[in-house]
Design a binder for this molecule. Sequence first.
Ligand SMILES: [Zn+2]
Length: 192
Amino acid sequence: MPTGSTLHELRLRWPNDVEFGFDAGAVCLELLTTGGVGRYAAYDSVPTPADFTAWLARSRLGVAAAKSTVDDMPVLSRLRTAMWDIAQAQLAGRPHPHAAVAELNSVAAAPSLVPALSGNARAWAKPTAAQALSTIARDAVELFGSPAVSRLRECSADNCQLVFVDLSRPGQRRWCSMDRCGNRAKQRARRR
Ligand SMILES: [Zn+2]
């Protein structure tokens, strides 16, 4: 199972939109919500090391105090693009692109976060943002290389590209969030 496959909602707010909760199902897919890839280049929500440090604490990894540096930013960008390319290929039923896979594997090969028990909670031993990037890459390796990848979905709304892994037992999740696209679809159906 991918890292932190428990329920976890990111609070997202997109331009001109209300805040909504989004459970991506895996931390690697949570990173894709930060934008910055291809036509979303203008919507990078973690453009600085400080932004990425804060995001790591909000993500399902819950890495507090893993100070990110400028050296992490190109790795973050390469990892996010590679995971985006692989996810898009997967959703389209195409083979995973070689260059993206090589990029993902190279980030995954770096030292990852080290889990440590603190009281009765899982914490991280002396975490760094560089280690967190490796942990996120390994999460993507687990997801894209496991049967769970058959549950990878894009939100069914036409104008929504949020990608999640549907971990519900029936496997019929269609929307990024019932608070957002799910509700809009319901309202449209009611009007018809
Ligand atoms: Zn959506």
